[in-house]
Design a binder for this molecule. Structure first.
Ligand code: ZN
Length: 267
């Protein structure tokens, strides 16, 4: 598989997906997202793979979406609410939901900062192992929008902590995330990948079909409680935020865009 930003390798029964864009703190450009989806599908379809590990190279797990106009991005000069809604549905929401529902167990290994859409890379995974220096945050409220496209915050952090994090733009560290139940295990940074592979190899000893059913049982239970319906509804609220921001700024789909336009003397 020849990709620019993403590697996919099979080690015994473990499919390892690596996002390799450390020079941009693993920011997710449109090209990165398309390549990630290709790698997830490859892991799903490869009969050798029983468990999937998702990791990123470099100091930080992911700085979120790449908002620049490079690497397949848009320059927002001709912003339209309907086209933006469609694009984010296809590349943000649909990918995150699809990765969550791949039948094989998955584990994310998180180091350094995991900001905003960085959460949309680790939350779809079944387990999360964090390095001691990991830090999770979603400061998207600064953009005049409720949070990132995948509103799993309430499920992942619990209602009160979700509100605190969204209202303040603050962060939780690895140990706090473990106490909240969002992270399974915290390990020293140098042990992050070995500990993740050890967990993956341990899970790979189990029966594939039983693993598939166990995953389906937990995900389906969350869905019965409203997980997917809430995610879809909050995605629309997210887009109401984009559209309202565009009305305020005169075109930029976030209030942060207004600040940058002011900085550039355009407004
Ligand atoms: Zn958005």
């Amino acid at each position: 598989m020849q990709l620019e930003h993403v590697q996919f390798e099979v080690e015994d029964a473990v499919g390892v997906i690596t996002l390799d864009r450390p020079e941009a703190a693993n920011a997710q450009s449109p090209k990165v997202l398309v390549e990630l989806d290709q790698a997830w599908n490859a892991a799903d379809e490869d009969s050798r793979v029983k468990v999937i590990v998702f990791k990123t190279n470099g100091k930080h797990f992911s700085a979120g979406h790449d908002m620049s106009a490079t690497d397949g991005g848009s320059d927002y000069s001709d912003w339209k609410a309907d086209a933006h809604y469609d694009w984010e549905t296809r590349h943000y929401l649909r990918y995150a939901k699809a990765w969550r529902d791949i039948p094989k167990p998955s584990i994310a290994a998180v180091q350094g900062k995991c900001i905003a859409a960085g959460l949309m890379l680790c939350w779809p995974c079944d387990l999360i192992i964090a390095a001691e220096n990991a830090e999770f945050s979603d400061p998207v409220l600064h953009m005049g929008i409720l949070g990132v496209e995948l509103h799993a915050h309430t499920w992942e952090f619990g209602a009160r902590k979700a509100k605190e994090l969204l209202f303040t733009g603050g962060s939780v560290n690895a140990e706090e995330a473990r106490e909240l139940g969002m992270v399974n295990k915290v390990v020293p940074l140098e042990e992050l990948v070995p500990a993740t592979m050890e967990m993956a190899n341990r899970i790979a000893l189990m029966d594939s079909f039983a693993l598939r059913m166990a995953k389906r049982a937990v995900n389906h239970t969350l869905d019965v409680q409203g997980y997917t319906t809430a995610i879809d509804t909050c995605f629309d609220m997210h887009h109401f935020g984009h559209t309202r921001a565009a009305l305020v700024t005169g075109g930029m789909p976030s209030l942060a865009g207004l600040s940058s336009m002011k900085d550039k003397g355009k407004k």
